[in-house]
Design a protein around this ligand. Structure first.
Ligand code: ZN
Length: 138
């Protein structure tokens, strides 16, 4: 699968199965709370000598007609204005934990799902089931 296709499929899957849960059950979080979550995840998941990324509120990067969040290597995560949800933070932290690799391949997705289950209580069976049903490589 091409990188663009992997990304498209993962984003579509997120819009259908991740965002609704996040938006309904948790809502947007203040930055301090998102930073706490990032710190918590990082302390358990990152190698000891990896400094945690800085979590910033920013404009994001333009993708099509909207601005989206992004991570820069493993040093910085920028959360766009209307995207300050815990699952979006976890999405970006999963990139940072892969040393900033921005691909959405199956290794990325597995790491991302592991974090969603462990830190945000997503149901692993449903995640994998719906991901496969939507053509996301896991
Ligand atoms: Zn991503």
């Amino acid at each position: 699968m091409s990188q663009a296709s992997e990304t498209r499929k993962l984003y579509a899957f997120e819009r259908m199965y991740i965002d609704p849960i996040d938006h309904e059950q948790r809502g947007e979080w203040p930055m301090w709370r998102l930073r706490d979550l990032a710190q918590h995840i990082w302390s358990y998941e990152a190698p000891d000598n990896w400094y945690p990324p800085e979590i910033k509120a920013g404009r994001g990067v333009k993708m099509g007609d909207k601005y989206v969040s992004y991570c820069l290597g493993r040093s910085e995560i920028v959360l766009a204005r209307d995207q300050r949800f815990p699952s979006i933070l976890v999405h970006e932290v999963a990139h940072a934990l892969r040393n900033g690799d921005v691909n959405h391949n199956k290794w990325y997705t597995r790491r991302y799902f592991t974090l969603l289950v462990k830190y945000l209580d997503y149901n692993p069976l449903l995640l994998y089931h719906y991901a496969r049903e939507n053509g996301v490589a896991v």
